[in-house]
Write a protein that binds this ligand. Structure first.
Ligand SMILES: Nc1ncnc2c1ncn2[C@@H]1O[C@H](COP(=O)(O)O)[C@@H](O)[C@H]1OP(=O)(O)O
Ligand SMILES: [Mg+2]
Ligand SMILES: [Mg+2]
Ligand SMILES: [Mg+2]
Length: 417
């Protein structure tokens, strides 16, 4: 693992990793090919005692040292895992049979594809990083699958996972048993939190869209010391071209996007078939009247009344673009629309896997996501995001006016009740 640090030329600096490991860095000893230029790279893996992954480096003399870690390996693994899962999901969506739909105790639909996607991604990530303790915070668990009546479903999921692994030429992997699949799914029970690294996964975000044949996303992110450091959004039904005017028709060609972002490295999009990635940016629109906004397709997931009131206050002219899942964050990151608003019913607790990947995809594309009170989203508190009222996302320029309109509208709505 490499850490890149910037320090003044010619200084001998003691750097203390926040977990208490002291590292003496002598710039004179940097490799000759570095030409003693800063920032330079030093290898943490050469120090066997360093199992820490912290990105926060502190100079002992009290001087802060800018530091950033590279998560290239994790990003490559995440892209591969999410792309394979997307293939599995597309296969199921195409052949969606009534028997693929079950009812979880919370009555949300869950399909063999949700379980299959989670099993596949969990299995691949654990295999890719065998020396690191594996921690995954994911939506599904095997509770319902272990019941007698689910034997057939478990069999089908296992088949799907094995078929998908085989089509990718991962022939070195022996087929997973049903027990392996259950174990991979249940590896997603981690509580996350502010320390160490945790993968965060929604194996199918927007299950309702998936079942309708509309938008859905496979959303995978990595937390390091409580911060989202990378995110991947596979959106198999999202057109590669802009959906600015609500055009979300699934024509078959030019469809299927993979968004990915790494902290301080920007956001990119490529086709799920593997085209060259292109860098994406949120819109530069400053005038709210020119802005268009995204919201949930499902009125039960987000108050369309409240977002409508806010849009009117802002002078937004375009009708809302309603699509399912974190595909909204992806579309926003490439400027298809300017605003995303989400106001779930009172008492609904947002989960980190519903926003972590989307959040960094938008943030690295130059956008901002906060709760409805303007607080930053905190992914370090466990499986839930504890936040005020809702989530709003836009570019830096529009955020102050959006926040003002949100606050006023919430007050108005409350006083009219
Ligand atoms: N009552 C609810 N309110 C808000 N969001 C919900 C609710 N029930 C499920 N969700 C989650 O909201 C997200 C979809 O929202 P959207 O309407 O933006 O597509 C999904 O993550 C979905 O979970 P799931 O991952 O099971 O689909
Ligand atoms: Mg669900
Ligand atoms: Mg979800
Ligand atoms: Mg889901």
């Amino acid at each position: 693992m490499n850490a890149s640090i910037s320090i003044g030329l010619g200084h001998h600096v003691h750097v203390q990793l926040t977990r208490g490991v002291l590292l003496h860095i002598n710039p004179i000893s940097t490799p000759p090919n570095s030409q003693s230029k800063f920032p330079f790279l030093f290898s943490l893996s050469s120090l066997s005692s360093l199992s820490t992954t912290t990105t926060q480096l502190r100079a002992v003399r009290g001087r802060r040292v800018a530091a950033s870690m590279s998560y290239d390996k994790q990003l490559a693994a995440a892209k591969k895992a999410a792309s394979l899962a997307a293939r599995l999901c597309q296969k199921v969506q195409k052949a969606l049979l009534q028997s693929d739909v079950q009812s979880k105790s919370d009555k949300s639909p869950v399909t063999v594809a949700d379980y299959g996607s989670q099993a596949l991604i969990s299995f691949i990530l654990e295999k890719e990083f065998p020396s690191v303790p594996f921690s995954l915070v994911a939506e599904e668990d095997s509770g319902d699958l272990c019941k007698e009546e689910s034997r057939e479903t478990l069999h089908r999921i296992t088949e799907l996972v094995n078929e998908t692994l085989a089509t990718d030429g991962m022939n070195d992997i022996s087929p997973l048993s049903e027990e392996d699949v259950l174990k991979a799914i249940d590896n997603g029970k981690s509580e996350g939190g502010p320390h160490g690294q945790h993968w965060v996964l929604d194996p199918i975000d927007g299950t309702k869209g998936f079942l309708r044949g509309d938008q859905y996303a496979i959303a995978l992110a990595l937390l390091d010391e409580g911060k989202v450091v990378l995110g991947v959004l596979a959106c198999p039904n999202l057109p590669l071209a802009s959906i600015a005017r609500g055009g979300q028709s699934i024509s078959g060609d030019g469809v299927g996007c993979l968004f990915f972002a790494q902290v301080e490295a920007g956001t990119y999009m490529q086709s799920l078939d593997g085209s060259t990635p292109t860098k994406v940016h949120v819109t530069a629109i400053e005038n709210p009247e020119e802005a268009s906004f995204f919201e949930s397709y499902e009125a039960a997931h987000s108050s369309h009344d409240l977002s409508g009131l806010i849009a009117r206050k802002l002078g937004v002219k375009a009708p809302p673009v309603r699509i399912d899942s974190q595909a909204k964050y992806g579309a926003l990151s490439r400027g298809d629309g300017a605003i995303y608003m989400r106001f779930p019913r009172k008492g609904y607790r947002e989960k980190i896997w519903d926003h972590a990947a989307g959040y960094i995809v938008v943030a690295e594309a130059g956008g901002v996501a906060t709760d409805a009170a303007g607080n930053p989203l905190d992914f370090s508190k466990g499986r839930y995001l504890d936040l005020d009222t809702g989530i709003i996302v836009t570019n830096q320029k529009l955020m102050p006016s959006l926040l003002k309109a949100v606050q006023e509208s919430i007050k108005e709505k409350a006083s009219s009740l």
